[in-house]
Design a protein around this ligand. Structure first.
Ligand code: SF4
Length: 373
């Protein structure tokens, strides 16, 4: 957490105008094209230090993502952010803008808030794309007023080009990981860094990793597995996968594959760009209309990647993922993909050994080809 805070403070000191965004798939390119620096308030690591500030406003049985970002914004938001942004997602986040506004008010602070309402029905249904276009027009107008700049198609095209470059490099890191050319823990660290660092800085880091690892001989002789969850688990658990000879050939982490598998060609028109981006976005429980497609999508990705096992790192109290988990795990098992479910909460960080043991046992089971549970 210290690193994230220090990074954002540095940007602020350098004159950046920061927009704190949540959940994961906001129109970052649009903010960037107006000269703003969007950062995604997700994957804040062990955010327990921020729980006391959050606990007066968000129930203790909410997920760690919501609790950490609430506390982070209450404690540091006024000093760091020029604005916040949120689109409609899960019930836990739904009223967070109002909760944050009240909490900041009570401390004598205020941060302007941008909102975007994504259609609650799939974008290929009648009127959904037009509804999104109207909402985007409203956001563009609000940004013009906020920044004193007019929207520029050229600037949007340049920003969209940067973000597509970043997605492409992240896919490159995932490919390296699937070939055994980079450990899962290192891949997660470099990809998730992108939530909190400026896009050009992230691209430079990704280019360095891809450039230095591409020529190395991969070692994909381990057992092929897929892993997923709303965010990557603590690095100790990814290290345990690496040292147990598990090769992550595909992932479904919301901060990794769900964010970066989408590919949209840059263009000056944000309406068509975002319609295509959200229409073809990997299904995610935080993009409500896409949730129904998740099971089929994930099972076919597991099969196509040759994964023999699937590890679900469940975020404690994420009701969306937990409603889905029994069906997802059963669907994987029906297709012959063995499954392991681990519930992760920040409180478990001092007690990760039990999870490490289960990962090691799962790896042994897959290596033996046994059918034990
Ligand atoms: S989708 Fe789940 S983990 Fe994410 S904010 Fe909502 S409840 Fe929390």
């Amino acid at each position: 957490m210290g690193d994230i805070l220090e990074t954002l403070k540095r940007y602020r000191a350098e004159g950046s105008r920061l927009v704190g965004c949540f959940p994961l798939y906001g129109p970052l390119e649009l903010f960037h094209s107006f000269g703003l620096t969007p950062v995604v308030l997700w994957g804040l690591g062990d955010g327990r230090g921020y729980y006391p500030a959050s606990d007066a406003h968000v129930q203790g049985y909410a997920c760690s993502v919501a609790r950490a970002l609430t506390g982070f914004v209450i404690e540091h938001g006024t000093a760091l952010f020029d604005a916040l942004f949120m689109y409609n997602a899960c019930d836990t986040l739904r009223n967070l803008p109002e909760i944050l506004s009240r909490a900041l008010d009570s401390r004598g602070g205020h941060i302007p808030m941008f909102r975007l309402h994504l259609p609650a029905i799939p974008l290929d249904r009648a009127h959904a794309a037009r509804y999104l276009e109207e909402r985007l027009r409203g956001l563009v107008k609000a940004l013009e007023e906020f920044t004193g700049r007019s929207f520029s198609g050229d600037a949007f095209m340049a920003s969209a080009t940067l973000y597509e470059r970043r997605r492409s490099l992240c896919r490159g890191v995932m490919d390296l990981r699937a070939r055994g050319g980079i450990p899962s823990a290192r891949a997660a660290r470099i990809i998730e860094l992108g939530n909190h660092v400026e896009v050009a800085e992230h691209i430079a880091g990704l280019e360095e990793v891809v450039g230095s690892c591409s020529g190395l001989p991969g070692d994909a002789r381990g057992v092929r597995v897929m892993a997923g969850g709303i965010q990557a688990p603590p690095l100790e658990l990814l290290d345990a996968m690496d040292s147990s000879n598990l090769v992550t050939v595909a992932d479904d982490f919301a901060t990794m594959a769900r964010t970066h598998l989408a590919s949209v060609s840059p263009r000056p028109d944000p309406h068509s760009y975002y319609t295509e981006l959200y229409l073809h976005h990997p299904p995610c429980s935080t993009l409500l209309p896409s949730a129904d497609a998740r099971l089929g999508h994930l099972v076919s990705r597991a099969k196509a990647s040759g994964a023999r096992g699937f590890i679900l790192f469940g975020e404690k109290f994420c009701e969306y993922e937990y409603f889905e988990a029994p069906q997802l795990l059963a669907a994987m098992e029906r297709e012959g993909v063995r499954t392991l479910f681990l519930e992760i909460a920040p409180e478990d960080r001092e007690n990760l050994a039990q999870h490490v043991t289960r990962i090691e046992a799962f790896a042994e089971m897959l290596q033996d080809g046994s059918t034990g549970g």
